[in-house]
Design a protein around this ligand. Structure first.
Ligand SMILES: [Zn+2]
Length: 133
């Protein structure tokens, strides 16, 4: 059954253009990405199901974020919250990279010269900022 276009999370996805607000991944560029990776993040988990508290997120960013809320979140705007959470996710992703590269090595894969897109570059985050402006 299709989600109703006026549901809180579909309205949030429309506002976010179908991009992960944290890494910029285009979750509507491929049906597989849409089905497997598009998630509805609660920016502040305790604030419930509202459009304001919704963020379109890829499964990876949503998993890395988990229940994180930045210090001082009570007085932050939505944009400030997203920016602070994005910084946390970048830090968590970097933490996971050693594990990722070790798993590749154990599975007989060649080392990567660069990190896989879209997490690779600060330019990705800059493009997210431009997308959300
Ligand atoms: Zn993401």
């Amino acid at each position: 059954m299709a989600a109703k276009a006026d549901s809180w999370y579909v309205r949030g996805q429309i506002r976010d253009g179908g991009y992960c607000v944290y890494c910029g991944l285009d979750l509507l560029s491929d049906v597989g990405l849409y089905w497997a990776f598009l998630q509805n993040d609660h920016v502040v988990p305790s604030r419930g199901d509202t459009v304001e508290n919704h963020a379109t997120a890829c499964a990876c960013c949503n998993s890395l974020k988990h229940f994180f809320v930045p210090p001082g979140f009570e007085t932050m705007s939505r944009d400030e919250l997203i920016a602070a959470i994005r910084e946390y996710i970048v830090w968590k992703r970097a933490e996971k990279m050693a594990e990722f590269h070790e798993r590749r090595r154990l599975c007989g894969r060649a080392p990567l010269d660069a990190l896989p897109a879209p997490w690779a570059q600060d330019a990705t985050l800059a493009s997210v900022d431009q997308t959300l402006d």
